[in-house]
Ligand binder design. Structure first.
Ligand code: CDT
Length: 326
């Protein structure tokens, strides 16, 4: 789906590059070749910024429990770019294409993160984000119909939710499950974010609730993104890795959401597919200066619980007294 070009001066022609499934046996070289093919399509359509999914280079490996955790390092990158990924960087630079993609990162200190990077049109990494909201569990769980071991393979990100001045605007990143948490977007909203890019791998069934299937998952996916875009007056671009990886199905439904919360582009398949839109960054200004003018309307003195507590606490008179402004 393509939308009309905007008359504004700060317009990015953006391509969301949904990936179909990466099987466990697929090599990095095979996946990178598909990513390059999508980049070529995006370039032919005049896009200058391409967004790929979470853990784009591999299968969604947290579904696989390896007794020996260290064996999981086969799915991690220790250097970026590395020889497997260099062809993608080379093609991006040759085409003058900026990009964002996710990968499993192992640092030189041996720490493991679920990471996304922002790369400018010269091939320079200008931004990095490490996933903060890690869903799932940290040990094999026989009660689930399949595993989701992000807490086993990764530690929570340590870079906060940074916003980068890039491509003429304020650009932020988050990853998959982060998109379900309002805090993710508001912290970036408070840095004036105008475009949030994210990738996801979302199983189409809840492993703990079989009646929660693809329709409900798609509804909650869109609900989260559309609410966040509207409430922070920002563009949000969400790109799936979709389809069936070794028999494990994931939803598609990659979307571009405008600052009014409306979906303006959406993929139609569960395979490799490019969606396009002209992202007018100036379209954020109205919401940011009116109903969501944070400086004018926010009341952080009443939001203390958000940073002072993690889990919900029981209401009590003592708590109510504590929350009253004195
Ligand atoms: N990759 C990822 O974060 N997926 C989660 C699955 C949630 S169920 C454990 C998501 O929020 O889509």
């Amino acid at each position: 789906m393509t939308a009309d070009a905007s008359p504004s001066g700060r317009v990015i022609r953006l391509a969301g590059a949904q990936l179909g499934p990466n099987q466990r046996a697929d090599t990095r070289a095979e996946v990178v070749a598909r990513m390059i093919a999508l980049m070529d399509q995006a370039h032919a359509a005049d896009a200058t910024f391409i967004v790929y999914p979470e853990l784009a280079l591999t299968t969604f490996f947290p579904r696989w429990h390896l007794e020996d955790r260290a064996q999981g390092d086969q799915w991690f990158e220790t250097v970026m770019p590395n020889p497997d990924v260099q062809p993608l960087f080379d093609r991006a630079r040759a085409l003058g294409m900026a990009m964002n993609f996710g990968y499993a990162e192992k640092t030189c200190e041996g720490r493991h993160f679920n990471t996304a990077i922002l790369v400018d049109a010269t091939g320079k990494i200008v931004g990095k984000y490490r996933k903060i909201h890690l869903p799932g569990h940290d040990a094999f769980d026989s009660e689930r119909s399949f595993q989701h071991l992000e807490k086993y393979y990764f530690e929570p990100g340590n870079l906060g939710f940074p916003v980068f001045e890039a491509f003429g605007g304020n650009i932020g990143m988050c990853i998959c499950n982060d998109r379900r948490w309002p805090e993710t977007y508001r912290v970036m909203g408070l840095q004036g974010v105008e475009l949030i890019v994210l990738g996801y791998n979302t199983p189409s069934v809840n492993s703990q609730k079989p009646e929660e299937g693809p329709d409900q998952r798609m509804f909650q996916h869109r609900l989260s993104l559309q609410a966040a875009a509207y409430q922070n007056a920002t563009w949000v671009v969400a790109v799936a890795k979709a389809g069936s990886e070794d028999g494990h199905h994931m939803i598609g439904g990659s979307v571009i959401v405008n600052p009014e919360g409306e979906i303006v582009a959406e993929t139609q398949t569960e395979g490799d597919e490019v969606m396009l839109h002209d992202i007018d960054l100036d379209a954020c200004a109205f919401g940011k200066s009116t109903i969501f003018n944070f400086a004018r309307h926010r009341r952080p003195e009443h939001y203390r619980l958000i940073t002072e507590t993690t889990g919900a606490i029981q209401p009590s008179q003592a708590l109510r007294d504590k929350l009253v402004e004195k």
